[in-house]
Structure formats: C-alpha cells, structure tokens
Design a protein around this ligand. Structure first.
Ligand code: DX5
Ligand code: ZN
Length: 214
C-alpha cells in the first residue's frame, strides 16, 4: 500500500502554525493531521475548526481532524465546512461508531475510527464495512512527546490481516525507527509530531521519515 505521512502540528509553536503547515506542504506531505482536544475526552484543549479553515488556502493536501472529543458527531459539520476531507473520531467516545461512520460517508467525508491503547481491536473489525481508515493509537491520547507503545502493533497486524485494503494509521511516538516497526506490522499512514518539531527543520524531519517509508 502507498505510504503516507500525516504530520501533526501539535508540537509546533501555536504562533507559527501557518508557517509550519506551509513548510510541511512544500515538503510534500500527503496529509496534515489536526489534533482536536476538548478538555473532556482528554484533559488538554487545543483548537477547533477555525484553525483548519484559516489554513485551508495553503494547499491541497488532505486535512484530517483527529477528534479527541466527547460527542464527536456534534463537530462533524464544522470540520467538514472548514475543509477537512477526513474525520477520525474515537471509538471510546460513542456507542454508535457504525452509524457515525455512515454519517460521515453520506457527507462525502472519509470516515476514520481511532482506538486507545486499551481498546480491543474488535471495535475496528465490527465497523470495517463503513470505514476508510483505522487509527491505532500508539500512545495514550492527549499529549505529544510520549513513548511509543510497541504492544499496540499487534492490533495493526490483526487489522491488516482482516482488512488488506484499509488505510491503517499509527499515531504517537513515531520517529524513523518506530515508523519502520509500524510499517512492518502493516500500517501505511504515519502521524508524527514531536519528532518533526525536534528536527533542525520540519523539512529535514519529513525527509528522514520519507526515507523509511520508501
Ligand atoms: C496525541 C496525538 C498525536 C500526537 C503525536 O494525543 O493524537 O497526534 O500529537 O505526537 P507525537 O508524535 O509527539 O507522539
Ligand atoms: Zn493525533
């Protein structure tokens, strides 16, 4: 499957989000990953659809919203109207993941479901008929810069075995080494936040990750 990079701006300076996204797009990333936290599903609060809308003019890469929120469906319209082509919500935030995937697809949005490290993989398999992307968290959601949880790769292996054509994204603790591990397990979309922010430039960080992708 085609490998794609989906950098998160979470670890970038909030005063420089625009410059960061412009640089990432110039570096050729396929997606930009927006970590939306509501102070409820996870303790921190980040940003909302207004930020996505304000950056949409920068280019055509896929903008994906990772909704770490309660009642994710109450935010679908705002992120759709802001220009997201893909919305990922957490399985743990709703008893109706299947219906919410249907709703996203009806609106022409690619539907993604995220799993916390403690959530069993079955949750993904049960909605695979209406799913475009499975996001396997490889840290506990809420903060950048945490250590990659290798045990979560078992879920990636299971999903890839059951769903050969599904986009499988990993999120948390991704650097060139862990990207390689996740790719070997079957993932094909890679979020990276703090690794990129720690590189001399975002562009050089993207190049290092790309080298592992190809
Ligand atoms: C964590 C977020 C991640 C995070 C990734 O809750 O979903 O997208 O920003 O950051 P790193 O790469 O630092 O783990
Ligand atoms: Zn994320």
């Amino acid at each position: 499957m085609k490998c794609e990079l989906a950098p998160s701006i979470l670890s970038c300076d909030p005063g420089r989000y625009r410059e960061a996204v412009a640089e990432l797009l110039a570096a050729g990333v396929e997606r930009v990953h927006f970590d939306v936290m509501d102070g409820q599903f996870v303790p921190p609060i980040t940003f909302g659809a207004g930020l996505v809308r304000s950056l949409r003019d920068l280019g055509d890469a896929v903008f994906e919203a990772h909704l770490m929120t309660l009642t994710p469906e109450s935010h679908f319209d705002a992120f759709l109207e802001a220009g997201c082509q893909s919305i990922i919500f957490h399985q743990e935030a709703t008893p109706h993941a299947h219906r919410l995937c249907q709703r996203l697809r009806e609106r022409g949005i690619r539907a993604g479901v995220a799993l916390n490290p403690s959530t069993p993989v079955d949750a993904i398999l049960e909605v695979s008929d209406v799913l475009d992307l499975a996001l396997v968290m490889t840290v506990n959601p809420g903060w950048g810069g945490q250590e990659f949880l290798r045990a979560c790769l078992r879920k990636v292996e299971t999903i890839r075995r059951e769903c050969p054509d599904l986009d499988i994204e990993v999120d948390g603790g991704i650097d060139p080494l862990t990207l390689g591990l996740a790719k070997a397990a079957g993932a094909n979309v890679f979020v990276a936040g703090s690794f990129l922010a720690s590189c001399p430039t975002l562009t050089s960080g993207v190049e290092q990750l790309r080298a592992e992708c190809d």
